[in-house]
Ligand binder design. Structure first.
Ligand code: NAD
Ligand code: MG
Length: 384
């Protein structure tokens, strides 16, 4: 009898989470990769296809897809492109889990399609949940699919909640490293460069999330993500700065007990946990050594300097299309910052401006979310 192999597809396999997902697949040897995808990095995608032999590959940019198809003529793989390609990947009949390792709210439609097709989701792509959580969570429930968090904080909370009753939870404590500019004041952030902002103290990640970590927008997105994943009130989520990223997050229960998940900073742990949940597999890597660690320190987040967090809380409190405006404006502004078209602090001014300009819609449909995204992009493009 052929041994059972769990089948996965990876949306965004050439990025930081995508490549680490494939590291986990390689190390375990019992997962089957049905599909891989990328925006435009066909050099790496080709290598991945030759190693993991998926049936389908999706490349967002059409001309890159054409090139890849040409290069892979000796292989039995279908190369598709555009949003239709991502959607086809999302609903492949064979796959059980879709890893959403794509960056940005472009992941919304494939994620929804995958849930509709009954796939479990290993969710890294937080922008999707932030903007469309009110559509995704009820749909997942209706279809009986699991949303397994890959974000390290949410994986930590998910692990702390294992075996616990939802009603026993008092609050979630999301930890934050504080990013590369922790301790700096607003004036000192005026002239920071792209290189400064990309120097994250603990994690090596894609560029967009690294900038989001420097602005603390990432922590704001994570608060919103946690609201949807764990169905808690905004007031029951607290952000705690823990500069070394040893505690990945915590849950406080009604009786005052606090559960925390600790470990060396390594995204392969949450990725592997999501892929094999509820199993815990061996994972190669450093272990925490409490003799050398000695202390774990905590601080309050500086919300006056790092406006990303309070702006996110405001967007989340207002709800409706406002989190989409917050997120879409940020995506556009971060791209401009990375292209050196705007200054670091313009990111805050741009998000705030886009939110103030927006007429909020309650309970938006997918189309209304995508309209709000366009509106935020246009506003940012006209203003900066
Ligand atoms: P990344 O930039 O390293 O990788 C992004 C991936 O998405 C690449 O494979 C890229 O080809 C693909 N992609 C981009 N645009 C695309 C398009 N239009 N069509 C198809 N594919 C496209 O990003 P990352 O750091 O791996 O982050 C991915 C997601 O995971 C983000 O939502 C991020 O917030 C989240 N996340 C990342 C980390 C981390 O450690 N990197 C941790 C927690 C959460
Ligand atoms: Mg995180």
């Amino acid at each position: 009898m052929k041994e059972y192999r769990k089948k996965i597809a990876v949306l965004g396999s050439t990025g930081s989470i995508g490549t680490q997902t494939l590291d986990v697949v390689r190390a375990n040897g019992d997962l089957e990769v049905e599909a891989l995808s990328a925006g435009s990095n066909i050099d790496l995608l080709e290598q991945q296809i030759r190693e993991f032999r998926p049936k389908l590959a999706a490349v967002y940019h059409e001309e890159k897809a054409v090139q890849l198809r040409e290069r892979l003529r000796d292989m039995d793989v279908r190369v598709v492109s555009g949003m239709d390609g991502l959607l086809e990947l999302a609903v492949m009949p064979e796959t059980e889990i879709l890893v959403t390792a794509i960056v940005g709210m472009i992941g919304i439609r494939p994620t929804i399609a995958a849930i509709e097709a009954g796939k479990d989701i290993a969710l890294a792509n937080k922008e999707t949940l932030v903007t469309a959580g009110h559509l995704i969570m009820p749909l997942a429930k209706e279809k009986g699919v699991k949303i397994l968090p890959v974000d390290s904080e949410h994986s930590a909370i998910f692990q702390c909640l294992s075996g616990e009753e939802r009603r026993s939870v008092d609050k979630l404590l999301i930890t934050a490293s504080g990013g590369p500019f922790r301790g700096k004041k607003r004036e000192e952030l005026r002239k920071v460069t792209v290189e400064d902002a990309l120097r994250h103290p603990n994690w090596s990640m894609g560029h967009k999330i690294t900038i989001d970590s420097a602005t603390l927008v990432n922590k704001g997105l994570e608060v919103m993500e946690a609201r949807w994943l764990f169905d808690v009130e905004l007031n029951d989520i607290q952000v705690v700065v823990q500069p070394k990223s040893i505690i990945h997050s915590m849950v406080q229960f009604r009786d005052g007990a606090v559960m925390a998940q600790l470990g060396t900073p390594d995204m392969k742990l949450p990725i592997q946990y999501a892929l094999y949940y509820p199993d815990r597999r061996y994972l190669e890597g450093e272990r925490l050594d409490f003799r050398t660690l000695k202390e774990i320190t905590f601080e309050e987040p500086d919300t006056e300097t790092f406006e990303g967090l309070p702006l996110a809380v405001r967007a989340s409190r207002e709800g409706g299309t406002m989190p989409t405006i917050f997120n879409a404006a940020n995506e556009r502004l971060v791209a401009k910052f990375l292209h050196r078209e705007i200054a670091f602090l313009d990111i805050y001014d741009g998000i705030r401006g886009a939110m103030e300009h927006h007429q909020k819609k309650e309970n938006p449909s997918l189309e209304e979310i995508l309209d709000a995204e366009r509106e935020a992009w246009e506003w940012v493009d006209q203003t900066f």
